[in-house]
Design a protein around this ligand. Structure first.
Ligand code: SAM
Length: 277
């Protein structure tokens, strides 16, 4: 079992700062549990384990989501995009966006944005080494797209006259319907020039019996952000007028797989797609 203090490894020796709220589960740290990370507290593990017990495919869904992220970044890099606005970055794990993008193109620029202080602590430590000059990390909230677009880490790094890949990977399902998630995505896309891309994944209950989907959402009730699983049609609307790249909006493992599909691939409740604008 992971110890509560192991998150400090590689950062510093201070006690967990109060703004991390270790007593309240946070989406970034719950996801970290499923990816096999060490940056989580008992509250996070309780939610992660509750969901994994209820819906055993959630761990593979998290891993399939992460693998999709890498394939999608490589795909748009190969299409000539060298700027990435990655909102809902997550705690650094294998295959971070800047690593994949800058491996494909050393001059690629990556602006990370997340609202969870633990993500910022880790990401800043990761970026502080040499050779990461084209990567920034900003603390901001997806619910305030104007603040994201105006943040120096975004505005000064990305050239909005050239195509940008907007990444909303496993983050929109933390935005409730009353917070206008469709309007938020629209506003962000409006700021991007033609030739830009949207890389998006979103949790769904389509692969689960309805009562189980509801219970899965409820397991986040005491967490810092609530979970809002959405049906395929609603997820597809996020792409607006974009042109979906082949194979369209599919469950994450089916988006241009680069290896054999897992036996439970059809049960992994996470939709994935990439669109061009
Ligand atoms: C499940 S993780 C996904 C991480 C990464 N995008 C990936 O797919 O591997 C979701 C991330 O979204 C962040 N997040 C949740 N709500 C957010 C919000 N309103 N604004 C910014 N980030 C948010 C969480 O802190 C967490 O780091």
């Amino acid at each position: 079992m992971t110890e509560d203090r192991t998150w400090m490894q590689g950062t510093d020796e201070r006690a967990p700062s109060a703004d991390l709220h270790p007593e309240v589960a946070h989406p970034a740290r719950v996801y970290d549990v499923w990816l096999g990370g060490k940056d989580n507290f008992a509250s996070d593990r309780a939610v992660a384990e509750q969901l994994a017990t209820m819906t055993p495919h959630v761990v593979n869904a998290a891993r399939a989501n992460r693998a999709f992220l890498g394939r999608a970044v490589r795909t748009v890099s190969a299409l000539g995009v060298s700027q990435f606005l990655d909102i809902g970055t997550g705690i650094p794990a294998a295959g971070n966006t800047h690593e994949v993008a800058q491996r494909a193109d050393a001059s690629a620029r990556v602006a990370y944005v997340d609202n969870d202080p633990i993500v910022l602590t880790h990401a800043r430590a990761l970026m502080s080494g040499s050779g990461h000059g084209a990567t920034t990390v900003t603390q901001a909230d997806l619910r305030d797209p104007e603040a994201i677009l105006a943040a120096p880490g975004v505005r000064d790094l990305l050239d909005f006259s050239r195509p940008v890949a907007l990444m909303l990977v496993a983050v929109l399902h933390f935005i409730g319907g009353d917070q206008d998630p469709q309007g938020i995505v629209k506003r962000l896309l409006e700021a991007l020039p033609g030739g830009s891309y949207l890389i998006l994944t979103h949790g769904t209950g389509d692969t689960l019996p309805q009562d189980l989907a509801q219970r899965a959402e409820q397991s986040y009730d005491q967490a810092a952000a609530h979970l809002h699983l959405r049906p395929r049609q609603e997820v597809e609307r996020f792409f607006g007028g974009g042109e979906l790249l082949e194979p369209g909006l599919v469950l994450a493992p089916f988006w241009r797989p680069d290896g054999p599909l897992a036996a439970d691939a059809e049960r992994l409740g996470i939709y994935a797609g990439v669109a061009r604008y």
